[in-house]
Ligand binder design. Sequence first.
Ligand code: GAL
Length: 422
Amino acid sequence: MLRRHTSVTSIMALITISAIVLTACGTATEAPKAKKLEMFSWWTAGGEADGLNAMYAVYKTANPDVEIVNATVAGGAGTNAKAVLATRLTGGNPPDSFQLHAGLEVQTYSPDQFLQPLDDLYTSEGLEQAFPKDLLALLKYNGHYWGVPVNIHRANVLWYNKKIFEDNGLKPPATPVEFLQVGEALKAKGIIPLVMGTKEGWEAGHTFETVLIASLGAEGYKGLWTGATPWTDPRVTQALEAFKLMLANANSDHAALTWDGGAQYLVDGKGAMLIMGDWTDGWFTSKGFTGYGWAPAPGNAGIFDALSDSFALPKNPPNPDQAKAWLQVAGSKAGQEAFNPKKGSICARTDCDLGLFNEYLKSAAADWQKDAIVPSVAHGAAAYESWAIKYKDILQAFVTSGDTAGAQAALQQACVDAKICK
Ligand code: GAL
């Protein structure tokens, strides 16, 4: 399943492969052949890369003689990486392990043909006892586990610049209506209310899923992905209209910026709010920025829009032993405690030490326990990849067209194409 905007050649040019650690432990006369692990992901931004490096360090402690090849393809949400990976898997050139969202995304890699089930590893490492039941259910596809989850991310967070809100006597908006009122107050002061980057084509779809949640509630939103809620529902129309009004509050250069480019406005005090997943917390931390506050996206209180990153094992990886050792680290308490505080996510495991996490992540852990959980579509949990791509493309086009009726009809058609709607 190749994303079609980018040619494979230009995607390949984006690949940066860096050997982060080289180890030679032999004598000057006989250098043993270096063992390798090639790990594939799209984590290149601050926070994401820091988290990954912290987990590599745990791996290196247990496997000091292995050279880690950090294969990354930049592009948030895997925009470019997923196409490169599909080409590598079908071309018989897999990495040893790769990033995979928990949920229906796995279908796009034809797991029966190209991946190894990880059920034995789950048994040997006691992973069914380590992860929450809801997450285990999300990870199982065709009766098998295909990925070891490292985290739980929350997608529906409103990040805001605390100083801007304090200086202007404002409170973060709890509802879409309040969002527009706050937007007017900020515009009157010459401050950009909403910062966004929409350059990579997934960000509008990401923000819109929080607007759908606000309009439909947890059950109504979940029903969009199962056929229980029709896409023709008036609450979808209402969500598109609300999103259009929201976009009128955004920075005019959003089409030229990636998600972290948008977030920079908030760091610089030029923009007030950002709706983005909690990798933003890791990114802010990597920038040394502490002047941010957080709240559920408007109208999303009590609902946790969830996704999880896992690592998968292809068939015939070049270094199977090193790959398995990597998956052991990925599922371990030590690996997850090193990774998540930097990544801006909570552990997939239930036994991590919360004392290692900052205030935001402690609040996310508490919300994960008490909120209604819904699956993110922009990040692989809610729908097959082919449907998720159509959804994101429709929202990306809507940002410029503002054509509510056209977008709603296209969303309905995408659901029909996915064989969920009639
Ligand atoms: C998500 C991924 C996160 C983060 C984000 C931005 O799809 O699950 O870990 O990397 O994209 O790139």
